[in-house]
Design a protein around this ligand. Structure first.
Ligand code: BG6
Length: 314
């Protein structure tokens, strides 16, 4: 075992001198910036990057990093009066050195606890006191787990409500060869059509133009099949009933300053989210939302969502 493999958690400097934490376990790794509490890298044991980060991403506050896993809180997108996707993704988080007990079955040593509390400025934007604890864990098998615990710490007796998303950008070889399973026949709100509600058809979802949909009350497990890579991403989620699917396609790609003109071909956002029904917390109450990402080798056939088949193919 090399020295670097022995270090499970390392704090170092990333792009633009920003602090980042590197997690390592048996050849796989993940990187988390304190800016945004933002996961920017997740690599398997072969060193292959599994998340998409734009080559034009700007690692400079107040711009949120384009790619990886931005945290959308306390508002998803423009579904409310705040700035799109809220402010957690462009605030500096701290390392939580003494987090409350964490119920976990993982034996992993490669994890980090971060915490975000509102500043005086934040309280002017969203007048609520909260503690947002984020644990990022790299499991022994290379799985990536994110658990958010959000507590209402208001002392004035006020409840608060919020919406939330793990805005995960997956790296894919060619978007036109990708399909998503687990969202067939579900209702969705189409952001490209004034958030109107539609029902998805029965086939797995494929991509040939811009998509920006919020699938409602989805199963806890969704799969992204990358035909060319023969790789399936499996997303498991808990406390997050919805799933947003986003690809900007060519026109919007060109309009974004921090996104390459052709990069939409190599990414897909599937976001574990709570959007349709906002979450309400009374003072002292805590909400928990978790996503677990893993990969399994796959062939271009359906049925990957059957747990037995997923296990057999790994
Ligand atoms: C998605 C939204 O989650 O994020 C889209 O559904 C939005 O509407 C996209 O365009 C990117 O948002 P941003 O703020 O990171 O450019």
């Amino acid at each position: 075992m090399s020295n670097s493999e022995r270090v499970h958690v390392e704090l170092c400097k990333g792009a633009s001198g920003l602090d980042k934490v590197v997690l390592r376990d048996r050849g796989s790794s993940a990187e988390v910036y304190l800016y945004g509490g933002h996961v920017t890298s997740w690599k398997n044991e072969h060193g292959e990057e599994l998340l998409f980060v734009s080559s034009k991403a700007i690692f400079k506050p107040p711009k949120a990093i384009r790619g990886g896993i931005p945290i959308c809180f306390p508002q998803f997108s423009n579904h409310g009066p705040l700035e799109p996707h809220g402010f957690a993704r462009n605030r500096f988080w701290s390392i939580d050195i003494d987090p409350p007990p964490f119920p976990t079955q993982s034996s992993s040593k490669a994890f980090i606890d971060l915490i975000l509390k509102p500043s005086e400025e934040d309280l002017k934007i969203w007048p609520h006191s909260f503690e947002f604890r984020l644990r990022v864990t790299l499991g022994p098998g290379g799985d990536l787990m994110l658990t958010s615990r959000i507590r209402n710490t208001n002392t004035d007796g006020k409840v608060f409500t919020f919406t939330f998303a793990y805005h995960t950008y997956f790296s894919v070889s060619d978007i036109s060869e990708v399909r998503v399973e687990g969202l067939e026949t579900l209702d969705y709100l189409d952001n490209l059509q004034n958030k109107e509600r539609f029902t998805e058809q029965g086939d797995a979802i494929t991509f040939e133009s811009e998509v920006d949909k919020i699938y409602l009350r989805t199963p806890t497990k969704i799969a992204i099949l990358d035909h060319e890579k023969k790789r399936t991403f499996v997303i498991r989620k808990d406390g997050l009933p919805d799933a947003v699917v986003w690809n900007p396609w060519d026109k919007k790609a060109k309009a974004m300053a921090d996104f390459g003109d052709d990069e939409h071909k190599h990414m897909l956002c599937v976001e574990a989210a709570a959007v349709e029904k906002s979450i309400t917390l009374k003072p002292g109450e805590e909400w928990r939302g978790r996503q677990e990402l893993s990969t399994v080798p796959s062939s271009y056939c359906s049925g990957q969502l059957d747990p037995q088949r997923v296990l057999q193919s790994s």
